[in-house]
Design a binder for this molecule. Structure first.
Ligand SMILES: [Zn+2]
Length: 397
């Protein structure tokens, strides 16, 4: 099959006018101008989308699909720990149970051009249904257990569809965090964690915090011997050895003295969730400090608990408003190939090039011609004309 359109962006920084991509068995076999690709693959059927922009399928680097039930139900009242407790209560009251299929969220993600999703989960959703709907799903089981100092490694090894997420430094014990990291490195998988997200977390890791103590006590998970560690959350996790080139550190809303150097040295990948950051009213994100240090950053939507929708382009648009100095190339990379190292998928996802998986977004009636103009237009879009995963249509408008 050959797909063609008025413009094709195969990777950050490049535009092909009258571009086309040839696909065979779910992979890209050729990329070029329509004339070149049709000439080199004359026997292929082709779909010419006409006045359209063709892009790689996008990557949403952080989500919680299971929080679909929060949609329109959870407001923020100025206290993060109270918000977290309300979501826990709501989940209990609504009886969100294993086998849950967050269908609306999955359809919405595909419609907004995302084909690969990195997701934190706490209950066994209907993962087969999520994948059958067309999404490439990397599920990270969230680990809590702040007072568990002796995790059962054998049970943990069997407990995930892809890998682990350490919920946070204030909800998982040191031993749990280290066990998750150890299993992930044995299995060559990435690991994901919320880190340095908010003030109460920073206070708790430094010297303890009454609101978090209360949250943990109510969950029956507090460790009465906790005294605080006198360090930042980043240094605490660094010292435990859980920050590695396989780590996604989600949020990093606060960079305390010394943190940037540690994060850079450990080779982590940062996931920024601009609208979730704004929802909680944090001060300006230290993204540009991370950029200046050469830390890889990419984008996530986070969940319906703190966001209005799950479109990664809306995150890019919000980020660009906050940081207008970012180049179009940088912005585009942050929802395509800019954060693939922990997944070890740099040679399969996030670009349209021979050998890569043929995940594609098709966007109607593009405005502009240069890469910069097209990306500025793209981040204002909501729905694809078509989304393809490995050459098969998984959404059509
Ligand atoms: Zn999150």
């Amino acid at each position: 099959m050959i797909i063609a359109g008025k413009f094709l962006i195969p990777r950050p920084g490049e535009v092909l006018p009258q571009g086309a991509v040839a696909i065979e068995d779910g992979r890209v076999v050729a990329v070029g101008t329509k004339d070149e690709v049709v000439r080199s693959h004359p026997s292929r059927s082709h779909v010419d989308y006409g006045d359209a922009l063709i892009t790689p399928g996008f990557v949403n680097y952080h989500c919680h699909l299971e929080l679909e039930f929060c949609r329109g139900r959870v407001d923020y009242r100025g206290d993060f720990v109270e918000w977290l407790q309300r979501i826990r209560n709501l989940k209990h009251d609504l009886m969100v149970l294993p086998g849950y299929f967050p269908e609306q969220s999955v359809r919405e993600v595909l419609a907004s051009g995302t084909t690969t999703l990195l997701d934190h989960y706490t209950l066994e959703m209907d993962f087969d249904a999520i994948r059958a709907a067309g999404l490439r799903y990397f599920g990270f089981r969230e680990l809590f257990d702040f007072n568990n100092h002796n995790p059962d490694l054998r049970r943990l090894r069997e407990a995930t569809v892809y890998s682990f997420a350490i919920h946070s430094p204030y909800t998982a014990s040191a031993e749990i965090a280290q066990a998750a990291q150890r299993i992930a490195s044995e299995q060559n998988t990435a690991i994901s964690m919320h880190l340095s997200e908010m003030h109460q977390e920073i206070a708790f890791i430094d010297r303890t915090d009454p609101a978090i103590v209360d949250l943990l006590r109510r969950a029956g998970a507090y460790d009465e011997s906790w005294q605080g560690k006198g360090v930042s959350p980043v240094r605490y996790f660094h010292d435990l050895g859980v920050l590695t080139p396989g780590s996604y550190c989600v949020h990093l809303n606060y960079a305390l003295p010394g943190d940037v150097e540690l994060l850079k040295g450990d080779g982590i990948t940062h996931v920024y969730c601009p609208r979730s950051h704004a929802y909680f009213g944090h001060p300006l994100h230290p993204l540009m400090e991370y950029q200046a240090a050469g830390i890889a950053s990419c984008l996530g939507t986070d969940s319906y608990g703190s966001n209005d929708d799950l479109s990664i382009l809306s995150e890019a648009r919000k980020m660009w408003e906050e940081f207008p100095a970012l180049t179009a190339e940088r912005v585009f990379s942050m929802f395509t190939n800019g954060g693939l190292a922990p997944l070890r998928k740099e040679n399969e996802l996030g670009q349209l090039a021979p050998g890569f998986l043929a995940d594609v977004g098709v966007w109607a009636e593009p405005q502009g011609e240069s890469f910069d103009e097209l990306v500025r237009w793209l981040v204002t879009r909501e729905r694809t004309l078509a989304t393809l995963r490995e050459g098969s249509v998984v959404h059509e408008t």
